[in-house]
Design a protein around this ligand. Structure first.
Ligand code: 8YV
Length: 328
């Protein structure tokens, strides 16, 4: 019982028990702030961290001198200074694969809800405004048969494209650092230049990891290149988009609508105009948020941290070079 794990995201009883049977666990199921003195105290003694939603800065790492490994309950690792962790010999693990299909479901529900104005018109019924047959001012746009442009074509991007191509007969364009010949064959997808994708797509769907290269990848210039009828979907990170430029494009009718799961600041600040805009469907970052998937992600993180603290190869390391292991 010499090592200690600091858990700062909700885990279920059975998962906590799994950790407690091996190590001492400091548990903050609902951490409000990384400045919480009790959290800082636990951090000073922690060999392992398991959690999500806290920006792990070099300053926090300085306060965690015993730290050997971190298991993030997320696939995105933009909350971690990966190079700095590697320099310090701290292993970082994430949760790929287990959230792919659920997050793609969220992406597709944003496509459908934005195109068919589902939220806006459901509210219209709820308000009691449905007094006569609806007219063209409330019509939406088709999804089937349209062109889906994927900005980023990793696991989740491919899963969204599969839904579009096989379920809705959509043409798939994608821009991605590397070509993906297998899925091109499976879906008839085509890799193209970013500007061509912006120009040709009816739905432009951003699903890239947040890095220095992708920060504000989509701004005024990109919205200008999209069709007036385009619908923009963001399922990656809010910082991938220049949010004021997007709001401007939506207000001016430069694009038709947006379906957003992520924002520059989360939760959305009270003065954000986005929730009030009729052509915006805004969700509270629910990409992977189903009972089944969040449980599977937490379980993957539990497995990762136990393996890592045992000196074994975790299932999904982000910086395996810390241990000279091979990524799986
Ligand atoms: C959640 C995600 O934000 O896994 C990710 O990278 O974006 C989402 O699943 C994450 O689990 C933190 O709550």
């Amino acid at each position: 019982m010499s090592k200690r794990i600091l858990a700062y995201r909700r885990l279920d009883e059975q998962q906590l028990e799994q950790l407690r049977s091996r190590y001492h666990v400091d548990y903050f199921g609902k951490l409000s702030s990384a400045d919480d003195p009790a959290f800082r105290e636990a951090l000073a003694e922690a060999h392992g961290l398991i959690g999500a939603g806290v920006n792990i800065t070099p300053v926090l790492l300085d306060a965690a001198p015993k730290l050997e490994a971190i298991a993030s309950i997320s696939v995105g690792v933009d909350n971690y200074p990966v190079d700095e962790l590697t320099r310090r010999g701290i292993l970082l693990c994430n949760t790929p694969d287990v959230l792919t299909e659920t997050t793609a479901d969220t992406g597709f529900s944003l496509i459908m809800a934005s195109a068919r104005r589902v939220v806006e018109l459901a509210d219209f019924v709820k308000r009691g405004d449905w007094k006569a047959s609806i007219g063209p001012e409330q019509f939406g746009s088709d999804v089937h048969g349209k062109t889906l442009g994927m900005v980023g074509f990793g696991r989740i991007g491919q899963a969204i494209a599969r839904r579009g191509a096989l379920g809705f007969g959509m043409q798939v364009l994608y821009s991605n650092a590397s070509p993906k010949p297998e899925i091109e064959r499976e879906l008839g997808a085509r890799r193209c230049e970013f500007d061509e994708l912006l120009r040709e797509s009816d739905f432009v769907c951003a699903i890239v990891p947040l890095t220095d290269e992708t920060r504000r990848l989509i701004g005024a210039r990109e919205f200008e290149r999209m069709k007036e009828s385009a619908i923009f979907i963001n399922l990656s990170r809010g910082q991938v988009v220049d949010e004021p430029a997007m709001i401007d494009a939506l207000k001016r009718g430069q694009i038709r609508a947006a379906g957003l799961d992520v924002f520059e600041k989360e939760p959305l600040p009270a003065d954000s105009p986005l929730p009030q805009m009729a052509n915006v469907v805004a969700l509270p970052h629910i990409g992977s948020a189903t009972h089944e998937t969040r449980t599977a992600m937490a379980q993957r993180a539990v497995d990762n941290i136990l393996l890592a603290l045992d000196g074994k190869a975790p299932i999904s390391p982000v910086n395996p070079e810390v241990r000279n292991e091979t990524a799986t």
